[in-house]
Design a protein around this ligand. Structure first.
Ligand SMILES: Cc1ncc(COP(=O)(O)O)c(C=O)c1O
Length: 397
């Protein structure tokens, strides 16, 4: 037998990957995958952008590119990020192969085995997997409807300050919690963290996907609010605002961090796909992003409303859920005695899928919770799918 490395021996299959396979069965109503429905991708725009490329641009698209990214995309992305208030002084920008790679690079350049990373509870499964793959210790702090619990965070920081290397947060339309940080919570966080020796990794894939224009001010990144007192490393992605199949994300961080990430990326994939970077540059520079998100926001808002209405009509007493103002997710909490794995197996037998809560617990334990994604499911299937899940819960209560 092959003798795997300690690192590989610790790797476990992600529950999400497993469920994505099941959810691909067309007879299942799936609320499992955190992705746009295929029908929501801007396919006509893609055709137009590709067909508009010169022969030379198509040749460039098929070539290797510089490790930090295709230079025109770095420029157009910079303008876009500046329009969202993000600072560029003393900062560097690198294009990554999805936001997932940005998180992975950050972990690789900052974390030694045994270092402590503070996350939210619940937290994004892909980040937790990356942290664990580099031997990090994790501690998680509960979210409420306004963001991370500041008192608990302060106690953790005061108690374990010397061990903490990184704090990982996703403040906008959280995956899986569905919540958005209030402005007050962001201010309290910046005040608490200012001058501390560890880094804040801010992960923001969903900030553009608010349902109501009035909530747009809530989506100003922490990095944009923080100023120089807090060295925030900011991650974003084209996955939810163009398509995850592009495999393009970015990291905006202090220049020394970007220089190390560039070195680390050279031995991972040398560069992110030039082909999709050329298209992403056209998408931004020809002003296609704003009309696309303007078109897709009300579609997600309608799907969320249908889901929330169905939850209100079908769920028994004792079950609660978050009310998202944007993004893709609703987080459901069951009475403490109910295990969401049992709910899932009953629901799957009747034709509806979701992701169990323990997948989002950095310690893989708490499981009286689950995540529903409304982004992928056609409107006409949402009510029926929720009714199936509600029946499964009632049968277990
Ligand atoms: C919070 C969060 N971060 C990062 C990612 C990864 O994004 P990408 O597909 O760009 O790697 C996701 C994808 O679901 C996510 O929800």
């Amino acid at each position: 037998m092959v003798d795997f490395s300690v690192n590989a021996k610790g790797m476990r299959s992600s529950e999400i990957r497993h469920l994505m396979k099941l959810a691909a069965n067309p007879s299942i109503i799936s609320f499992a995958g955190g992705m746009p429905g295929n029908e929501l991708f801007p396919v006509d725009v893609l055709d137009e952008l590709y067909n508009g490329l010169s022969r030379n641009a198509k040749q460039v698209a098929l070539q290797y590119g510089p490790t930090p990214g295709y230079p025109p995309l770095l420029d157009s992305l910079k303008s876009y990020l500046q329009s969202r208030g993000l600072p560029f002084e003393k900062q560097g920008l690198i294009i990554t192969t999805g936001a997932q790679q940005a998180i992975n690079l950050m972990t690789k350049v900052l974390i030694d085995p045994g270092d402590l990373i503070v996350t939210e509870y619940p937290s994004f499964i892909g980040a937790v997997a990356a942290f664990k793959s580099y031997g990090a210790n994790l501690t998680s702090i509960e979210l409420d409807s306004d963001g991370i619990d500041i008192d608990k965070l302060e106690k953790t920081i005061d108690g374990r300050a010397s061990q903490i290397k990184m704090l990982y947060l996703s403040p906008h339309f959280h995956n899986p919690a569905g919540i958005i940080y209030s402005e007050e919570r962001k201010r309290a966080l910046i005040k608490l963290l200012s001058g501390r020796p560890f880094c804040l990794l801010e992960d923001d894939p969903y900030g553009e996907l608010y349902f109501d224009e009035a909530d747009k001010p809530l989506t100003v990144p922490i990095k944009a609010c923080a100023g120089e007192s807090l060295p925030v490393c900011y991650v974003g992605t084209f996955a939810k605002i163009f398509g995850p199949g592009l495999r393009l994300g970015w990291l905006l961080a202090p220049q020394p961090v970007i220089e190390k990430c560039e070195l680390a990326k050279q031995s991972m994939d040398a560069c992110s796909p030039t082909f999709t970077q050329v298209l992403a540059h056209e998408y931004l520079s020809r002003g296609k992003l704003a009309p696309y998100v303007a078109w897709v926001r009300p579609i997600y808002a309608r799907r969320a409303k249908l889901m929330l209405d169905a939850l209100g009509e079908t769920m028994p007493d004792g079950v609660s859920w978050t009310t998202p103002k944007g993004g893709f997710y609703v987080w459901v909490t069951l009475p403490p005695t109910i295990d969401s794995t049992e709910v899932l197996s009953r629901s799957m037998a009747e034709g509806a899928a979701f992701v169990i809560g323990s997948a989002f617990d950095p310690h893989g334990v708490r499981n009286n919770t689950f995540r529903l994604a409304f982004s992928y499911t056609p409107e006409e299937k949402i009510e029926k799918g929720i009714a199936i899940i509600a029946d499964a819960i009632k049968a277990l209560m």
